[in-house]
Design a protein around this ligand. Sequence first.
Ligand code: GZL
Length: 324
Amino acid sequence: MKNPNLALLLSLTFTVLTVGCSPKASTSAPSPAGKALTIGFAQTGAESDWRKANTKSMKDEAEKRGITLKFSDGQGKQENQISAVKNFITQHVDAIVIAPLVETGWEPVLKEAKAAKIPVIISDRTVKVDDESLYAGFVGSDFKTEGKMVADWLIKKTNGKGRILELQGTTGSAPANDRHSAFADAIKGTGLTIIDSQSGDFRRDNGKQVMEAFLKKYKKGDFDIVYAHNDDMALGAIQAIADAGLKPGTDVLVVSIDGLKEAVQAIVDGKINCVVECNPLAGAVVYDAVAKVVAGQPVPRISYNKDEMFDASNAKAAVATRQY
Ligand code: GZL
């Protein structure tokens, strides 16, 4: 080309157009090979609003980063998650992310992923395995801390006295196990006691049904507090409490975990008393960890999100900024 300035102008124009028009401009470095990643994600299901927010975060962030996400909804069954992981292995994905429904039963399929040299990130809920090399690292919340935060709030609020009905999460899941054990440990030696406990599987309709059954078994004055392992069950429970003619938040203290906007609003409305956050917006941190692992860089064994706590002292200010 005769005119060097024209050549420079054309090449600059091309560069700008390429960057500006890329439909999936990645906001983070793709894998070192330069190719966009293909990631298999085995999700638990869609049991709660928290879960839906988690799925949206994973899908939106993958879109933003130009990641090809092979998404599998486990529909609340571990066997569905395990077959999804096997499929990801057959499809030779670059990495696998699992949000494990329950803590145990993962060794065989994790061994298959390791044999296929496909790195695995455990997201949201933890797994119990003897050989920790079966996955690269965990990204999620510390459920034991969440259970203790709720207990500590209750001890202060009640001067350590009260009879508790517990709505547990999915049986065998890390959040249900840890939110129960840490809460129970924290109230040991106080006048707070768990008088009954039942799983509502983290589902709103189950939370309402379990609370209705509790209200048939226990009359007003037989119990003082409802501890729900997640907001969806708490929101179902307060519906049942109100239907029974009691005032949730006043006649019965209600405490919960997740930090849904709807639950924080219920604090403002005086129907829930305390909510500990468990942030579901995990896409960015999970894919940062995956990018590192694929690039052969080490990732922390455990990366915990920071979780806040809401009650009447701060809910009004917080509710407007809740993102899920
Ligand atoms: C916690 C997550 C739990 C939430 C529930 O990280 O696994 O599962 O607390 C969700 O709302 O269903």
